[in-house]
Write a protein that binds this ligand. Structure first.
Ligand code: H2U
Ligand code: ZN
Length: 350
């Protein structure tokens, strides 16, 4: 697999170009700022810290665990007045889109990111995502819920206080829509869920698996686009977070820690990424085809400061990667499972 080839992504029905021979090219282009380390536990100027005033004047409670609030600047709202379509021409289509956006602070601590939280705290975060999903699904007009985290300024995160976002809406967005189509087609042709079959095969082949426990596995998918992209997949066909048992939540938290700690250890830096959980839509269907999973799309390539750009060819032709998914998985797998700040005795424990 050292020659240029293309790989198929059966979840999105797209191809990626893999060019391993390109990894030695010189880099004299832009480098990223390294994220500041050792921020304080509380920042009086932070909009998200407990007891502080947010940008729109609302005061946060003195919260002790996770904290959820409706986004003060939401991209989706529950406006009932829809703008009239400007023209009936089929080449100029538009539709109303309603929704609710929330922000989920992981903990009161201003600088402890997900890999620096302990097992119980990560379980709390997952429980919060679960509760919020159920609450939004019970809201009229909400058919899809997207939980995601933009970590690090490189990924457009606007505030260093660790948090995720939830955007929920009246229609299914593009990415989950392709996944629904692919998983449904696979299920009707094979009578088995695509991702269950996929993860079984990954566990046999082993060379892209980073960590696995009783209920979840994390791999660099065969079709990964980003250099250190990973996929967390459940071992049974659960479609929603609220179908997970307490043991499964605990296993999921364990896998989140396994992968995010290794990410930080890779370049000994707070590793940026966009992460999102894909649950089935809220359409009353049983979704036997759907398997709950999470994608991590991290931009870094060679070091804490050199990132992969998805530009030129990627924008105009197709996604392309240099380092193979197998090499990326082997790097990640070989890293210690203890956070470097603890290993270096910079903090006592998480
Ligand atoms: P990022 O995850 O991209 O940093 O976004 C943080 C969100 O927090 C962003 O959508 C919201 C912004 O609208 N926010 C508030 O709702 N209130 C604030 O006081 C600050 C940020
Ligand atoms: Zn803060």
């Amino acid at each position: 697999m050292n020659l240029t080839h293309r790989r198929y992504n059966p979840l999105t029905d797209q191809w990626v170009l893999v060019s391993p021979n390109r990894t030695t090219r010189p880099w004299q282009g832009e480098t990223e700022e390294v994220s500041p380390e050792d921020l304080p536990a509380y920042d009086p100027a932070c909009y998200l810290c407990p007891g502080n005033t947010r940008a729109n004047g609302i005061i946060n409670p003195v919260y002790k665990k996770t904290y959820v609030f409706d986004n003060d600047f939401p991209a989706l709202t529950q406006e009932t007045e829809h703008p009239r379509q400007q023209t009936d021409h089929p080449l100029f289509r538009s539709m109303p889109e309603e929704g609710i956006c929330r922000v989920v602070c992981f903990s009161p601590h201003h600088s402890q990111t997900l890999p620096e939280l302990n097992q119980t705290q990560v379980e709390d975060v997952i429980d919060t995502w679960t509760r919020e999903t159920v609450d939004l699904f019970n809201t009229e007009g909400i058919f899809y819920v997207q939980v995601f985290e933009n970590k690090g300024s490189q990924m457009g995160c606007s505030n260093p206080h660790p948090h995720s976002q939830i955007w929920s809406q009246s229609q299914i967005p593009n990415e989950p829509l392709s996944e629904i189509q692919s998983q449904t087609n696979y299920y009707s042709e094979n009578g088995k869920p695509l991702l269950i079959e996929y993860i079984k095969e990954e566990l046999k082949q082993k060379n892209r698996v980073i960590a696995s426990n009783n209920h979840f596995t994390v791999v660099v998918p065969f079709w990964a686009i980003w250099p250190f992209e990973v996929l967390i997949t459940a071992h049974r066909p659960v479609a929603y977070l609220d179908q997970l048992s307490a043991n499964e939540i605990s296993s999921l938290a364990e896998i989140y820690r396994e992968i995010t700690i290794r990410f930080d250890n890779l370049f000994k830096t707070s590793f940026p990424y966009s992460m999102g959980i894909h649950q089935a839509p809220n359409d009353q269907g049983s979704h036997p085809e759907w398997v709950l999973h999470a994608h991590f799309y991290p931009p870094l390539l060679r070091s804490a400061t050199v990132r992969k750009f998805m530009v030129g060819y990627e924008m105009l032709a197709m996604p392309q990667r240099d380092i193979t998914p197998e090499a990326a998985a082997s790097h990640l797998k070989d890293l210690p499972g203890i956070h470097y700040k603890i290993a270096d005795n910079r903090v006592s424990s998480v």
